[in-house]
Design a binder for this molecule. Structure first.
Ligand code: AMP
Ligand code: ZN
Ligand code: FE
Ligand code: FE
Length: 291
């Protein structure tokens, strides 16, 4: 079993990359991937820890992409996230991912705006407090949610999102992100494999509309789809395995582990019944060497 979708302290997870590799080995996984939001800075530590704990560690990243739901025409109806995997990680790969710095800069401009709105709504928190909690340069809404819980303004992170941080909620501010073709180009130029993350979050019901989006992504360089996800029921997994077959896409799987920021998601098994097979990694490697 493998888990190819995890977040560390380099973005909005609570375990260090080394701890993720260690815990994955302890859980008996054969491979684990690190996919922090908008940064590849944790990958060196991750790969070293993988070697130390004798588990295959795959370097990666997760990039949010601009998205309009084709069924509703709405920008706030669904999310598109692109995972990038680098089975042959090296210094050149890292340098090629430098365009992500622009997105991190956009986050730095966005966070004070969210916090200003929260202050207007009576939540007395500061940018400094959020930055201290996050301890890295990929500060995001989950950190703000954690601070709101810590300071007693909400009961839990779910309430923080519902009341303040979710799209259309009172303190929501969109962030400047790349269109999918740019996100995938950056990954491909770095020698990586772009994969559509948790495809259900596109929130498309019809087969025809979903295929329309997928075909466009494939024409722009998409090579894989995350068919095994925490949130998937059996029939969801089957549905996306079908699309993988149809478009010759690599099948991947991952829990979207965030440590204690999402305590209900477990490394390797997600909500308890995710099973991503070992062959995901073999397929990923094969596709990467075929670039
Ligand atoms: P950001 O990158 O700052 O926009 O935050 C994105 C993160 O917020 C992702 O890890 C999401 O899983 C998380 N997130 C988005 N919406 C929700 C929600 N309604 N409840 C909990 N977490 C959410
Ligand atoms: Zn996250
Ligand atoms: Fe995601
Ligand atoms: Fe994720």
């Amino acid at each position: 079993m493998v888990d190819l979708h995890t977040h560390s302290t380099f973005s909005d997870g609570t375990l260090t990359p080394a701890r993720i590799a260690e815990e994955a080995a302890r859980a008996g996984l054969t491979a684990v991937g690190l996919t922090d939001h908008d940064t590849v800075a944790g990958n060196d530590e991750f790969l070293s820890a993988g070697a130390e704990h004798e588990i295959e560690a795959i370097a990666g990243v997760e990039i949010s992409a601009q998205y309009t739901n084709p069924e509703t025409g709405l920008k706030d109806d669904g999310e598109m996230h692109i995972l990038g995997y680098f089975p042959w990680w090296n210094e050149k790969t890292e340098a090629a991912m430098s365009p992500l710095a622009e997105i991190r800069e956009n986050r730095r401009e966005r966070n004070p705006k969210i916090i200003e709105r929260l202050q207007q709504l009576g939540c007395e928190i500061t940018v400094e407090e959020v930055e201290r909690l996050a301890q890295n340069d990929v500060v995001g809404r989950p950190h703000i949610a954690a601070l709101l819980v810590q300071k007693g303004f909400v009961k839990n992170a779910g309430q923080a999102f519902d009341q303040y941080l979710a799209k259309e909620a009172a303190a929501y501010v969109p962030k400047e992100i790349f269109p999918p073709d740019v996100a995938m180009r950056v990954i491909r130029d770095a020698g990586g494999v772009p994969v559509l993350a948790h495809p259900k979050t596109l929130n498309i019901q019809s087969d025809e509309q979903f295929r329309g989006v997928l075909e466009l992504l494939v024409s722009h360089g998409l090579l894989g789809i995350e068919a095994h996800c925490s949130s998937h029921k059996w029939h969801d997994t089957q549905r996306f395995l079908g699309y993988a077959y149809l478009y010759s896409l690599v099948v991947t799987g991952g829990s979207d582990f965030h440590g204690s920021l999402k305590p209900y998601i477990h490394l390797g098994t997600g909500l308890g019944n995710m099973r991503a097979p070992d062959k995901c990694v073999e397929e990923l490697r094969a596709r990467c060497s075929a670039l």
